[in-house]
Every structure is written in structure tokens, then in C-alpha cells.
Design a protein around this ligand. Sequence first.
Ligand SMILES: O=C(O)CCC(=O)C(=O)O
Length: 500
Amino acid sequence: MRSMAMRNLLSSVSVKRKTKKRMRKCTSITKHRLVEEEDDEEGFSIKSSAPSHTHGVQPLGNLYLNPASTNSRDTGLGNLHTLSDELLLDILGLLDSTSLGVLATVSKSFYVFTNHEPLWKNLVLENLLGGFHFKGSWKSTYVAASYPSFDTSAVAHGGFKVRDFYSDYLFQSWLCANLEMKPEWLERDNVVRKRGISVQEFVLNFEEPNKPVLLEGCIDNWGALRNWDRDYLVRLCGDVKFSVGPVEMKLGDYFVYSDKVREERPLYLFDPKFAEKVPKLGDEYEVPVYFREDLFGVLGSERPDYRWIIIGPAGSGSSFHVDPNSTSAWNAVIKGSKKWVLFPPDVIPPGVHPSPDGAEVASPVSIIEWFMNFYGATKNWKKKPIECICKAGEVIFVPSGWWHLVINLEESIAITQNYVSRRNLLNVLDFLKRPNASTLVSGTRDRVNLHDKFKNAIEASFPGEIDELTRKEDRKNQQRKLSFWDSVTDANVGAFKFSF
Ligand SMILES: O=C(O)CCC(=O)C(=O)O
């Protein structure tokens, strides 16, 4: 098995490929929601458990090493061969299962395209919502649910291999689903770590200057840290439905899926109502001492979503985004471990292209694709990202406006909360007041009125606080301007001291 996979790998990855980078668009500011550098594809390794590509798809580079061969992708598509893989898949995505099944019989090429797993994933999610039992592949899951008497084992474990089929797009999708994280993607660890610091130290050194920090030992008393593992959670709430991507799934079913799945972008359990659904989950953790001031609390039940339980298999995670409503966040790992990459608000991560109004971001199709194609670029950047691996029992502080990407290195369970303290209250109010608040504000139905509601509620609970913070901010800005002029003028002679 392994030697087969390795042979495939060698025949494909040893080729110095220049694949087209696949991008997708999503909102840039979301709680959960990736062209420029040379690929360096030497030294990738495929997971030892990886099957070879289900249909034998090879990267386009291999075609050029094999001049006698023609690309059966093109011959089997007829006039449609001029369409890009992406466009073709977009069109196929409009079809129902029966049409895909019929088209699969037209040619080997159509067979490969119509079996592309994401097409079946969409069909499952659209038609079965979260009520599916994952059978090892999305197509077999769909077929098993639609035709219960049909033996789906053949669908789940293979299909036909097609010779001389070359497509970077389809190959990349398989590669990203089966690639090991490279050791060099994991080794940079430059986050500041602190244990046992006071709240004042946290505010002064991290929250006020808006800098990330990894806090150790501050959730040691959590029941969650002692108790939560898969068995415990399934016993407690295996039948409860949680938000998983676009659907709601029973926790027990989600674990069945996450055990079997091998895909580029696994579904991620990310639920903002977990503590209402299962109050015991809410009782088994408490907000770490550093983050207790949470001014959105003045809105009571009308506050935007603010806390989430997060569960996902190795390879799942969150692609680059900025947290909602200009809030800061903390993220506590309870089981497993997470690789974090963070860029400050003034540095847009390589490969990430936010729209001018900040409402949307185009970024690589998957987190692994970002690592393959863009991580290397950060080596030469002056402003290096902050990186770390956050392990069970550790909490990372994600300051307001920071871009971040997270990938689970093993099955992980975490809690995260977003909050507003006095340190970022004015930023949050500014954010909520932006002209395109209706597209930017998130986690609430009442996006447009949130600014006024929040401001009025703060005025009522903390009279004069906003004015006081505004005066403080003005004084700071004044101070900054003065120290700038101090630095460029010569105090003794009152003259400029610019030098080149
Ligand atoms: O996947 C994760 O744990 C990170 C979640 C995250 O980035 C967020 O909550 O903003």
C-alpha cells in the first residue's frame, strides 16, 4: 500500500511542478469561517496511510516528461476540453446526482470529473443536511442514503484508474488531503509564553499594545481539561446536534465522519450555542482571569455570538481571517494541538487578497495549500508572523485585527471566546459604525443597529466611560505626535535633524 503510494508520489512530486494556485473567496471577517512565490515542492511527504489517487490522476508536469502520451482528460471531454478544470467542476456542480451518474458513463474523462468528491460532498450537504452517516467517501455516503439496499463498498474503496489523465487541479486536491505537515512548517515558535502573570501585566504588556501571547497554566482548574475527550462528550451529548459547516450534525455522527474522512478541507464543528444546548459544557470551563472584562455583556441576550466549542480532526482548521467586529479573542486547547500563524493588522498574509471594503477575502483553497505555496514566502519577510503550537491546557490571546490561520495537528477540542474590553471598545464602536456595517458586522441578526444599541447600553451601564476613553486616546495620539517631532528635531538648536 505504502510502496504504491510512494511510487505514485515519486512519479508525481519529484517533478518540479508549477501548478496553478487554486483560490477561493469567503468573508474576511468571520469567526469561522487563501501568487506569487516559486513553489518549493521538494521534500514533501505523503501520509503513510494515504491511498494512491483514486482514479490515477497525475500532475500536468508528468505529461511533459512523457511526450508519447496524450492527456486523456482532453480527449474525453470533446469540445469542453478548452474549459479549465475549475470551470468544468463549477458547471458539474449544478447537476443532480442522476445527471452526474449518467455523465460518468460518457468517457473516462467525464468519469474522473463526475467522481470528484467535493461534488458529492455538496450533494450530501444540500440534500441530507447533517443527517448523513459517513461511509468513507462522499459519493458512497450519498448513494447509501439514497439507495439503502445498494452495496456501496465498491464506491467507497476505489473506482477505476484512468491512464494518462493529467490535471493539476484534481491532483492538488488529492495531494493536499494526504500531505504530512512538513517539519519546517512547524518549527518556528516565536510567540511570547507566560505563566502566572498578573492581569495588570497582561493588560500592560499584551492587551494594551495589542500583541499575542500564549498563556500557560491558566485553565488548569477546568473540569473540561480533566474530563473532555471523545468518549465523555459522546456519552454526555452524542445525540445533540451541533453546527458543522453549513449543517447541524449529531456529535456522535460527526465523530464517525471525522474518523474516516481524508479530505483537503474537513468539516469543522464550530458551535456558538453549545452551552445553551448542553449547559454542562458551559459549566465545565470558566473565562480565564485575563479576559473577564467583556463589555458586549451589557447587551445581554442581544450580544453577537461570542463563544464557540471547536472540534475537528487533524488537518481541519481555520484559514486566514480577522475576527469579527474588531473584537479580541482567546482560544483554549482542551485536547490535541493547533499550529497558529498570526500577522499583525498592518500586514496582509502572503496569498491572501482582501477586497477593498474588507468584506471578502480570496485565499488558497485550503490551509495545506497555503503552507505549500505561501508559507515559504514568510521566511524573507521583515515582519515575520508570530507562530506557535498551542497544546492542551494552553491559551492563546488573539489581539483585535490580527490575521490568523490555525490547523489542527491531531484531533482537537477547544473553546474560544471573543470579547471587548476597555482596551478595544473604541475600535469596536468604530467598526460597528462603518458604512458597510450590514456586510461587515457578524454574529447577530441586527447588524446595522448594533452600533447604537451597544453605545447606548455602554452609556447606561458605564456613564462617561466612552468620553473618558476618547480623551485618553486623544492624549495618546498627541503624545505620539510630540515624540515624533522630538525624534526628528534637534532639541538643542531647535532644528530639523533629518539625515539620509
Ligand atoms: O480553529 C481554531 O481553533 C481557531 C479558531 C479561530 O481562528 C477563531 O475562532 O477565530
